[in-house]
Every structure is written in C-alpha cells, then in structure tokens.
Design a protein around this ligand. Structure first.
Ligand code: HPA
Length: 256
C-alpha cells in the first residue's frame, strides 16, 4: 500500500519522485484529473495525483473528485494527504503559513459529492465527525516539530465553489460561521475519502489574506508570491512525515 498525495495549486507535479510510472485508471465515475503517478519519495511508496490536472486547467468545481479519490483507493492508497492553497480568514492565518485544519464547512454546490447516495451506491449516512484523520494530523504536526517548519495546528476550512474568489461579505459570513481559512477544493474530496474509509488529511498553505482582510485586491502575483516557498515547506514536511504515514492502518478508524 502507498501514501497518496493529492497536489493542488503550486503542486501539479511532485519533485523528487523516483522510479515513477503513470497509469490511467478506469473508474466507474469517469476520468481522473490526470494519470495516477506511482513511485517513491525516499523509501516510501507514494501515489501522486494533481487535482487540477497536469497542466492546471481543471477548475475547482469541474474536478472529478469521485474519480480521483476512487482511483487512489483502487491503486492501493492507505491514506491521503491533500495539499491545498487557501486564503487566510482568522488573524493567525497569514500568507506563507502552513495549516493542518481540524474541521470543514462545505459551501460548495452542484458537485458530484457522494458514493453513498442511493444512485452511485447504497444510501448510507456516513459519520463525518472527524473529517481529517487525527493520526495523519499528528504525523504532520510531529514532522513540523522535527523540521522547524511552522505549522498551525487546527482550524476550520471553509470550502467555496469558485472559480472566482469570494466577496468580503461572503468572507465576513464565513468568519461568523467559524471558518479560519477558505479554499475551493476541500470538499467533496474529504467526504468522499471518508465514504471510502480512506484516512484523509489536509495540509494547506495560506497564499493570501481572504477578500476584505488584506490590503487591496487579491492578485495572481500576491498568490504566486507565497505559493513557491509554501510548497517547498510542504514538501519538507511530507518527506519527514512519510515514514509515519506509511504505517497508518486504514482498517483501523482514526478517532479524536
Ligand atoms: N479563496 C478561495 N480559495 C483560495 C483563496 C481564497 O482567497 N486563496 C487560495 N485559494
């Protein structure tokens, strides 16, 4: 079994992946964003899938989340680390910081978001109390201590529809709801992994202050200015955490 990494903005390819091969996976839900890449990072077998596609052309609401998560499971994923770029809402969520969220609120709509809806599979109301597996969260936080990468432990990820950014009023509402960061791809990905009993964690990089919380408009240059260094930190963290992640038993539910 392998540790699966889903790459987001700034991580459309996995640097340093050795002995890799790419496989197109036929899924009951259609095509994945890209072929699944299998290889090694250090000693650990990994699977890599860029959710926006290899050339970053798939918008957040058009990603085939069901195919992606199903394919990773089918290829032998024991767990999933989802890397994402986010906007910072609460005060500590400053550009350049890494965050390992502990909860999620879903504001997306119209996305194929379930395998257990009575159509794609039998109707089932899966428990979603711990959207992010505590064992995986602990592994990332321990890796942060070991590497001196600064990581914020916990926070609520608010998933919006995109592809446009939010209005300041939408961000105000999200802040009132308790959201700490905002991104466009965290759902339904986390819920689908949960439905497949695949331990899942998010490692987010804050690349801008959310709308109305910074100085002026959110430009591509602002985002790009924080994406590169942020993803370098994510990769350092991942390399350190991988041996621990590779021991997570998907048959045992993580609780916390
Ligand atoms: N909003 C939504 N998604 C994002 C943002 C944002 O401000 N920054 C990076 N992804």
């Amino acid at each position: 079994m392998a540790v699966a990494i889903i790459g987001g903005s700034g991580l459309d390819a996995l640097p340093g992946i050795a002995a890799s091969e790419r496989a197109r996976v036929d899924t009951p839900y259609g095509a994945t964003s890209a072929p699944v890449q299998r290889g090694r990072l250090g000693e650990v077998e990994v699977l890599f899938l860029p959710r926006h596609g290899s050339d970053h052309a798939i918008a957040p609401h058009l990603i085939n989340y069901r195919a992606n998560v199903w394919a990773l499971r089918h290829c032998g994923a024991r767990c999933v680390v989802a890397v994402a770029a986010v906007g910072g809402i609460s005060a500590p969520m400053l550009p350049g910081r890494l965050v390992v969220p502990s909860q999620v609120i879903d504001y997306t709509w119209g996305r194929a978001h379930s395998y257990r809806d009575g159509v794609a599979g039998p109707l089932e109301h899966v428990d979603f109390s711990t959207p992010y597996d505590p064992r995986l969260r602990s592994a990332l936080l321990a890796a942060a201590t070991a590497t001196d990468v600064v990581v914020i432990d916990g926070g609520v990820y608010g998933a919006t529809q995109g592809p446009r950014l939010e209005s300041p009023a939408e961000i105000e509402r999200m802040a009132r709801d308790g959201c700490d960061v905002v991104g466009m791809t965290g759902m339904p990905e986390a819920a689908l992994a949960c439905e497949l009993a695949l331990p899942y964690v998010c490692c987010a990089v804050v690349v801008n202050r959310a709308a109305g919380r910074g100085d002026g408009p959110i430009t591509a240059a602002v985002i790009a200015g924080h994406l590169g260094a942020g993803m370098t930190d994510v990769l350092r963290l991942l390399r350190e955490a991988l041996p621990t992640l590779a021991r997570v038993d998907p048959a045992v539910a993580g609780t916390g």
